[in-house]
Write a protein that binds this ligand. Structure first.
Ligand code: PMP
Length: 398
């Protein structure tokens, strides 16, 4: 026995992929040709597997702000928010997030992971209960495991199952945190948040929603699923990331609970890590403003999402349940998923390959995501790449 024995399954998979010359994990983006095109592992591709939903990573205003911040404040803060790492811009971004979300309080974290894991691990502790959706992101699972609270999972987006579990808690509901997501990252399906909020109103508890994949996409102001479904007042904590629709890196939590200001000083992933670099904060502040000033980005994103979703459906692929900026093609056979991922790359489309245990259930996924920066012609090119795949379900396309 050795410490390394447990890594054998990973070593085996890597060796197998090496043998067939396919390297889907950690594919190297060698050069950008445009915000949506790059050279990946030696192939010129349309990027159809990023989370650059609003296409802001190369926005000139964001880049100028980042460049100015570097010149004026340096490349890094070199310290934690608790020590030397709180600059005036971190505080401004927190104020801007609070105003945007219509909440009293906001915390900025160094990554989305630090925000979601940190809040999930800190709000509830030993003696408390966390009830979370079974398909929650790894960062939420890591957080709840660290918390020391009793963990109860309910079936993915099954409000009846959630209700049953909350009912059984009796008086312990007062010490219960419920955790769900807005848009789920793997299949792109939307949480039934209005119904979840109604159950929470009936039974109690506090509700935390991870809107990592829904910020900027849903709701009249782009605030996410909670806004779209009209239940923002029922959500106690919204967490999310700057690394997707805002095109940078970092995370946030917003809330109306005044205790958030005390929680800030208890979250270890806030205290024991350096604060985000000035350039990151500067581009994020501009991106948050553009998200509000340019609702047409949202419209373009959804037009692209519909085009890709309908196109993949027409080709006969098994796509996720709802039209969404994340469109996942489910594949039963893992080896076929690996082969198809590679074929897509060779035909000019980069998508994400997701295999169990990262995918929900036992299937593999070719997870596609669209951006407001894709042109309709580029979506067609992604579909043309899919049309080259030998798809047994597709009849004529086979
Ligand atoms: N929550 C969800 C639902 C996510 O999908 C992710 C990232 N994939 C995170 C949190 C973590 O965000 P980040 O990558 O910005 O650290």
């Amino acid at each position: 026995m050795s410490l390394f024995d447990k890594f054998q399954p990973i070593i085996d998979i890597r060796a197998e992929l090496d043998r067939v010359g396919i390297m889907p994990f950690g594919a190297v983006t060698e050069k950008f040709l445009s915000p949506t095109e790059a050279v990946v592992n030696g192939h010129e591709v349309i990027l159809a597997g990023t989370n650059n939903y609003l296409g802001l990573t190369f926005d000139p205003e964001c880049i100028t702000a980042a460049r100015t911040a570097i010149e004026e404040q340096g490349t890094g803060t070199t310290g934690s928010r608790m020590a030397n790492g709180t600059f005036a811009e971190h505080v401004r971004l927190e104020q801007e997030l609070a105003v945007f979300f219509n909440k009293q309080h906001a915390i900025v974290f160094s990554t989305g992971y630090a925000a979601t894991m940190g809040m999930a691990s800190t709000l509830a502790g030993p003696g408390d209960v966390i009830v979370l959706d079974a398909d929650s992101h790894a960062s939420l699972y890591d957080g709840v495991r660290l918390s020391g609270a009793e963990i109860i999972r309910f079936r993915h987006s099954d409000v009846g199952d959630l209700e049953k579990r909350l009912r059984r808690l009796g008086e312990r509901i007062d010490n219960t945190l419920i955790i769900v997501e807005g848009i789920y990252s793997m299949l792109g399906d939307r949480s039934p948040l209005a119904e979840i909020a109604a159950v929470k109103r009936r039974y109690g508890g506090l509700l935390l929603v991870d809107e990592a994949h829904s910020l900027g996409m849903l709701g009249d102001h782009g605030r996410g699923v909670a806004e779209e479904q009209g239940v923002e007042d029922d959500v106690d904590f919204i967490v999310g990331t700057f690394s997707k629709s805002l095109g940078a890196i970092g995370g946030y939590c917003v809330s109306n609970h005044p205790q958030l200001e005390a929680v800030r000083f208890a979250v270890r992933s806030y205290i024991f890590t350096a604060s985000p670099s000035p350039s990151v904060i500067a581009s994020t502040r501009v991106a948050l403003r553009l998200l509000q000033e340019r609702p047409e980005l949202r419209d373009r994103l959804w037009d692209n999402a519909r085009q890709l979703y309908i196109g993949l459906q027409e080709l006969g692929f098994q796509v996720s349940p709802q039209v969404s900026p994340v469109v996942a093609v489910t594949i039963e056979d893992r080896d076929q998923a690996i082969r198809w991922w590679n074929q897509l790359l060779q035909h000019g489309a980069y998508v994400n390959l997701v295999m169990p245990p990262a995918s929900p259930g036992d299937h593999s996924l070719l997870r596609c995501s669209v951006s407001a920066a894709h042109t309709p012609g580029q979506i067609d090119r992604i579909l043309e790449a899919f049309a080259t795949l030998e798809n047994p379900a597709a009849g004529d396309n086979a």
